[in-house]
Design a protein around this ligand. Sequence first.
Ligand SMILES: CC(C)(COP(=O)(O)OP(=O)(O)OC[C@H]1O[C@@H](n2cnc3c(N)ncnc32)[C@H](O)[C@@H]1OP(=O)(O)O)[C@@H](O)C(=O)NCCC(=O)NCCSC(=O)CC(=O)O
Length: 77
Amino acid sequence: MAIKFFGGGSGIFTGLINSLVHTVMYTYYLLTAFDERWKQSVTFKRTITQMQIVSKNLKTVRYTIPTYTIHLKMKTF
Ligand SMILES: CC(C)(COP(=O)(O)OP(=O)(O)OC[C@H]1O[C@@H](n2cnc3c(N)ncnc32)[C@H](O)[C@@H]1OP(=O)(O)O)[C@@H](O)C(=O)NCCC(=O)NCCSC(=O)CC(=O)O
């Protein structure tokens, strides 16, 4: 509900992208909880970190553009 209606539905982008990153991240935590050897997988950890950075940058671009556009529109009135 919050994702659908917050900000006219613009929260869907965050919801989808976070779900993707969190699914991979919590799968990692689940696996390490069962078997400590998963903690030695630098590839897994690096992938999670890369996904977080890409997701953060995508969200920055996604929300900066409309924020700036609205700011410009408001300045004309
Ligand atoms: C990649 C991880 C999942 C790994 O977690 P672990 O608990 O197993 O490991 P850790 O961080 O204690 O680090 C253990 C060892 O791995 C190394 N290590 C960690 N990340 C690494 C990486 N990307 N590349 C290479 N090495 C890495 C550390 O330096 C350390 O080395 P040494 O042992 O030599 O010291 C974590 O580092 C991480 O990024 N967690 C993210 C948490 C997070 O973002 N939660 C979201 C909250 S906010 C939220 O939910 C809202 C939202 O997202 O919008």
